[in-house]
Design a protein around this ligand. Structure first.
Ligand code: ADP
Ligand code: ADP
Length: 235
């Protein structure tokens, strides 16, 4: 359903960040974009959420080209977990998740005091899916640990029932035990909610442990695309 058709990106300074990438992602699953810093992972991801335009080639979501004129469709269908999370620190955990009802409109929604009961139920469900205990729901986001905040951001990303969830290095600042537990939450949420998760990582061991599929990038090119079981030491 998410198709990259021969996509390249050359930045204005001449840097060729992504070179002739073709990928087909199915409706659901946990797909890791693996590669060292500078490999083109963020560029590829930002072409899915509309922040960066391909220089050539096209990206399709359910047959619709992702282009500027389809920005509304992109915002409805794609949600992103940023490395900085962007939670609203003074709001409760539950309210933070509720701001995900409309992707990209978190700030304005955070001004609304009451949400429909069905949205509140959905937010509670999502928080339980990502393993955040009920006692935390009324705490301010700023009072939580890094790993707990990451879970709140994951729950919020699924709130609007997106087709694609992009996660930018979600475990970059966490210790190994917390990293595993957060990646597990992300994978579970993808399975339960039937979304395609595209997650950038630079650690091969986490990719091997959690991914359904690994797409490995080097210098903007895909040099491996397949399940972890096919990834050998020489790739
Ligand atoms: P083909 O092009 O041969 O039809 P795909 O490229 O659709 O196959 O899928 C290749 C492999 O990647 C399959 O094993 C599929 O299950 C897996 N896969 C497809 N989409 C995803 C996704 N969103 N997340 C994780 N794995 C996926
Ligand atoms: P990654 O996410 O894997 O670290 P990026 O997509 O951020 O890779 O970067 C790929 C390449 O594109 C790098 O050489 C980087 O320096 C370059 N690049 C990224 N963003 C820009 C930009 N806005 N302008 C120019 N070059 C950029």
């Amino acid at each position: 359903m998410l198709i990259f058709d021969n996509v390249s990106r050359i930045y204005s300074d001449g840097t060729q960040a992504v070179k002739e990438v073709s990928i087909r992602l199915e409706k659901s699953g946990f797909c890791v974009l693996l590669g060292p810093s500078g490999a083109g992972k963020s560029t590829l991801m930002n072409m899915v959420n509309g922040l960066v335009e391909p220089s050539s080639g096209k990206i399709y979501l359910d047959g619709q080209p992702l282009e500027k004129k389809n920005l509304k469709m992109i915002q409805r269908s794609v949600s992103m977990i940023h490395q900085q999370l962007y939670l609203v620190p003074r709001l409760s955990v539950l309210s933070n998740v509720l701001t995900g009802v409309l992707p990209q409109a978190g700030f304005w929604l955070s001004m609304i005091k009451y949400f429909p009961v069905k949205d509140q139920q959905r937010a509670c469900e999502l928080l339980s899916e990502v393993g955040l205990e009920e006692k935390h729901l009324v705490r301010r986001a700023s009072e939580l640990s890094g790993g707990q905040q990451q879970r709140v951001a994951i729950a919020r990303a699924f709130m609007a029932s997106p087709k694609v969830v992009l996660a930018d290095e979600p475990v970059a600042s966490l210790d190994p035990a917390m990293s595993r537990s957060v990646l597990n939450s992300l994978k579970t949420a993808a399975q339960i909610n039937g979304a395609a998760v595209l997650c950038t990582l630079h650690q091969m061991d986490y990719a091997l442990e959690f991914a359904d599929r690994i797409i490995a990038l080097r210098d903007g090119e895909v040099f491996f695309d397949g399940p972890p079981s096919e990834m050998t030491a020489d790739v």
